[in-house]
Design a binder for this molecule. Structure first.
Ligand code: ADP
Length: 638
């Protein structure tokens, strides 16, 4: 077939442009990306070879680097799975992941992208264009006879031609730009530069990396290849080495290697399972949430599963629950079958046992961090708290353990977060519940009329404003240190000591008698919107508020369910009125004079509207409300 030319997808063009003009000083990372692609391709072939040994090459699986100073080329070759013509077009001409596309589309013209991010994006190959002005790839898919050459100079298009390659695999050849120390561009044909980069970033790659230098002897015309005797990487599985022999830098580099995240991890720990099932794990908690934490395709690189040091799969979801999807690392199991498939994994008792063990260890490690380094823990919480709280939605998870890790805003100190145990420690003897308020906006929550009596009595209330809070709090969380959770906006609330409650009950009975007729009239006026009208024990300043009954769905929950297409019955709240408020007293006066005075219905409507607005809600007819208000202002001014 003759040469064929293809346009790059628009976002790839944009990305290439960013790479070509990158001012980023650490250009060495391109090699890490290409070696990691080669290593992935070898992993995939090795995995296929477990069931189809005929696909495996005679030669050992390996990566080869060839540097030619005279031609100014650097070649990275592997005898891995290879790519067909279609795969070359798709993999190296388009961006598949929607998260990455969205990110690129959101970039301003001329923006700089930190190439540290590109590994996470799944576009590492394009980092080559930081150092090369021409890139060609010859690849042959395992099982195919023919190879294909893919070539581009990084402008808008690439070319394809038929090619030859003796065995399956991929060879990437970079035509290097001139070395320029100021621009962070080292001489990537220098043996020492290459050794150093491989050692730094790719030492753990599980396959040997061989380095070949093209050298010209004195008086000869042609350069000859000289290959290193030993691989230039150590290939040591870091999790099999005693922790005392592994340096912090090695742990960090291994983290970057498996996650393509180049921030320092927040913490790492190793754990071994002994007994019936044996396994080792090395786990990391990142310091930064990946940009796609809430995308479905996230966990692209989560927990890698190895069986007896053989790589089996990336992203083994069966080993970590969704709510710990930010945890990264490696699990190496002793007795799992090498041919294990996803279907088997889901039912495997051993995998379930390993998962249980890992969940416990992760929760232990987080608890330890919280106790020992509270500041650092707050950093973790800011990044991953809402994800961790998803665990509170699960049926059989260790909810109490998660509650121990929970941090929340509180009326105790509005700018700081508190833990539940600190909250319970501060509770007075006669407080029998953990009080909370939940809604989408923390500022609205903090000024909610529901808090008035709590503030006056000095009873602390937790403020929850993540969208996941709505759901786990609605599902009735378990008790924490024998204290139940109680919403301040639901049911009847009674605060204070037994004696205080008794006095309050007596006063309430009197008030109820006093306001009986008025309450009936208010109810009659607004019965379409509310279920009941009653006197409040929560209010001290505001005249009215809305409350729910214990089992009712919150307005946010209702909205979420409706959005999800569910048929949610219309729920009416209860209107509570403040018996000590001047407005109520005056209304009672009007009622005493004339029980059918039209102003009672008017004010009833306003008391309801006020209560809706105070909790950040929306009125069904805002313009009716504003004209009513204007009318009242005029009357008051006259
Ligand atoms: P990522 O490796 O993060 O998915 P890249 O842009 O580096 O993103 O590569 C895109 C895709 O091209 C890879 O997912 C892989 O399918 C394919 N690819 C890249 N290099 C190789 C290689 N050496 N052998 C086989 N496939 C490769």
């Amino acid at each position: 077939m003759a040469t064929e030319s293809h346009e790059f997808q628009a976002e790839v063009k944009q990305l290439l442009d960013l790479m070509i003009h990158s001012l980023y000083s650490n250009k060495d990372v391109f090699l890490r990306e290409l070696v990691s692609n080669a290593s992935d391709a070898l992993d995939r072939l090795r995995f296929e070879g477990l069931t189809r040994p005929d696909l495996l090459p005679d030669e050992p699986l390996a990566v080869g680097l060839v540097a030619d100073a005279e031609a100014r080329t650097l070649t990275i070759a592997d005898n891995g799975i290879g790519m067909s013509r279609e795969e070359l077009v798709h993999n190296l001409g388009t961006i598949a992941r929607s998260g990455t596309l969205e990110y690129l589309r959101g970039l301003e013209a001329g923006a700089e992208v930190n190439p540290d991010l590109i590994g996470q994006f799944g576009v590492g190959f394009y980092a080559s264009f930081m150092v090369a002005d021409q890139v060609s790839v010859v690849s042959r898919r395992v099982g195919d006879e023919k190879a294909t050459l893919w070539r581009t100079d990084g402008s808008g298009s690439f070319e394809l031609e038929d090619a030859d390659r003796d065995f399956a695999g991929t060879t990437v050849t970079l035509h290097l730009k001139a070395a320029d120390a100021e621009d962070g561009m080292a001489d990537y044909t220098s043996e020492w530069v290459l050794r150093d980069i491989v050692k730094r970033y790719s030492d753990f790659v599980a396959y040997p990396i061989h380095l070949t230098m093209m050298r010209k002897e004195e008086g000869e015309d042609l350069a000859k290849p000289v290959t290193s005797d030993e691989p230039i990487n150590s290939m040591k599985a870091i999790w099999t080495r005693p922790a005392s022999e592994v340096s912090e830098d090695e742990y960090k580099d291994f983290y970057s290697h498996i996650t393509h995240d180049h921030n320092e991890p927040l913490l790492h720990f190793s754990t071994a399972i002994e007994g019936t099932f044996e396994a080792r794990a090395l786990l990391y908690v990142p310091s930064q949430a990946p940009f796609d934490l809430y995308h479905r395709e996230m966990a692209h690189r989560g927990i890698q599963l190895y069986v007896r040091r053989v790589f089996i799969m990336d992203e083994c979801r069966e080993l970590m629950p969704e709510y710990l999807r930010f945890v990264k690392g490696v699990v190496d199991a002793e007795d799992v079958s090498l041919n294990v498939s996803r279907e088997i994994l889901q039912q495997d008792r051993q995998i379930a046992a390993i998962r249980n063990h890992l969940v416990k260890k992760v929760l232990d490690a987080l608890k330890e961090l919280k106790d020992a380094e509270p500041e650092k823990y707050l950093g973790f919480w800011a990044q991953f708290g809402p994800v961790l709280k998803e665990g509170l939605l699960l049926f059989d998870e260790k909810k109490e353990r998660i509650l121990e890790l929970l941090m929340a805003h509180s009326t105790h100190e509005e700018t700081a977060l508190t833990s539940l145990s600190d909250y319970v420690d501060r509770m007075s003897d006669d407080q029998d519940a953990i009080y909370f308020v939940c809604g989408p906006d923390r500022e609205v929550l903090a000024s909610s009329p529901h808090l008035e009596a709590f503030r006056e009595k000095g009873v602390e209330v937790l403020l929850f404003s993540d969208s996941v809070d709505e759901v786990w709090l609605q599902q009735m969380p378990p008790e924490y240190r024998e204290k139940r959770f109680q919403s301040v906006g639901r049911g009847e609330i009674e605060l204070g000591s037994e004696a205080e409650k008794k006095t309050a009950d007596e006063a309430r009975a009197q008030d109820e008698e006093h306001y009986k007729g008025l309450i009936g009239a208010v109810r009659a006026a607004i019965q379409e919107d509310i279920k009941e009208v009653r006197l409040s024990r929560r209010l001290t300043h505001s005249p009215s508020c809305l409350v729910l009954e214990e089992g009712d769905l919150s307005p946010q929950m209702e909205a979420m369910l409706r959005q999800a297409g569910q048929d949610v019955p219309v729920r009416k709240p209860i209107l509570e009125l403040n018996p000590d408020h001047e407005v109520l007293r005056k209304l009672q006066g009007i009622f005493d004079d004339n029980g059918t005075d039209p102003r009672i219905a008017e004010y009833a409507g306003l008391l309801y509207a006020q209560a809706v607005l105070a909790e950040g809600g929306q009125l069904a007819d805002p313009s009716a409300f504003t004209s009513k208000l204007a009318e009242l202002m005029l009357r008051a001014l006259d």
